[in-house]
Design a protein around this ligand. Sequence first.
Ligand code: ATP
Ligand code: ZN
Ligand code: MG
Length: 503
Amino acid sequence: MENELAAEIVLSAPLPDRSALDPLLPRLAEETLARSLGTRGKGSLLDWSLSSDTVRLTLGSDGGRPHQALLSLARRLGEQLGRERKIGVRSLRVTAYRVTFPVETAPAKPVSLPIPHALTFRDGRAHLELTELSEDALRDNWMDRTVQLVLEKIKRQAYEGKEQYWSLLQAARPREHRGRTDPTEEMLRRNWVRSGPTKGKWFLGPTVAHLYRTMERIARQEVLEPLGFSEVVSPHHDAFETLLKTGHLEGLPGEFYYVAEPKSRDPADWERFTDLVKITRRVPAAELAERVGPPSAVLCYAQCPTIYWWLSGRTIPVDRLPLKIYDRTAISNRYESGGRHGLERLDEFHRIEPVYLGTPEQLAKLREELLARYAHVFDQILELEWRTAWVTPFYMQQSGGVGVEDAQARVKGTIDYEAYLPYRGTREGSEWLEFQNLSIVGDKYTQAFTIRAQKGELWSGCSGIGLERWLTTFLAQKGFEPNDWPEGFRRYVGELPRDVDFL
Ligand code: ATP
Ligand code: ZN
Ligand code: MG
């Protein structure tokens, strides 16, 4: 059989002999297997024995897996014996759970798993055995999730080293560029910005702060307000619970900044720490580590997860759809490590994130409206050289969310906006900068957070407006001479503030 599950059921008292469970046990096995497998497959009791208070049994099945049947078998056995003999089920333990399932390709490298197991591949099938599964693990479907993980890891190996899926949507219209230099270098030379004091964080002086706020105003007044988006204010800390639901926690654990809380706020508990600081004028790192707990949240990575949390369990009235909201308060924090580059790739940056929920038709229409408003900004106001590409993030291809080959591939998925940066080299030979994106994710998050429409299907999507990227793109193409800047932008920017001439 495809699947075999061997288990031990320990009763609260011994039974005289096997006849005490015959034909009860075979009948319960047959009924629970039939019920839990339904039309998906067939199962049977392969073997069973009784010694004193311990029932050992093996269930086999083809099609579906037999663990739900085992759980209800144990429950019903307890009920029956309770009624007949005042005996209950004390514990349920899995001794071995073997499943086989087809795999598209054999894995290129060994597939590791973090729980006790044996895994081999033969003739286009994987043979997986889990041992030491607790009753809770069985109930929580660890086996099904482990099978999914094996399939995902094989798929990931096949993708490794391959580029993210990318196909040009709208080509760029070439423009003449005043800008030649790396804008961050130029801003540093002018003392307009300063890097630090912690990794990947930048201090924006008055001029750059003004330019950054101008970009924000343009996004709000030219895109979000005309399309009827309402502002919300979102917290900066994201709960693990939320990121478990979106899949971010499993997708990006190495890109988060984690938040740790003090174990106590009582000065007495901190006295030794405080005294050491006073004497040494250093941070007593080990003392500090003792006094803070393990990470309990992360700093906002993107705003949409917590926006979905806000809507979780809610039903949205039809006349409020499509729901259009945006957050510009929570700051994005990402551990970019080796990829950091000036204001183009920071560890702390500012994004406006519009989030939208509606029927598939409403969102397809809204996307066209957003595309048109964005095009207006980049063509008429900022006068950029930009293009769009259809991309599907790796994690979406993995988690069975949005496949490239999906029938609705061109509705669900992500559009990246990219800009040519002259300082990096030629148009063809240099890497363009992704300065924003726009996604429709189908019902992935509305399902995960149980967000419903009063009537019909509810989809969602979001768009990441990277304000530092808008700014560096603009300066990289247009340069630093305000008289050269496009008319539309000059109107928005107004008078530049007086910066500080350091001595
Ligand atoms: P990248 O591929 O450049 O790392 P991403 O795919 O991680 O970008 P998203 O998570 O899709 O980016 O975020 C949306 C927008 O946020 C991007 O289009 C960009 O404008 C901005 N952004 C992302 N990472 C950074 C960063 N480290 N510094 C500045 N802006 C960023
Ligand atoms: Zn988002
Ligand atoms: Mg990134």
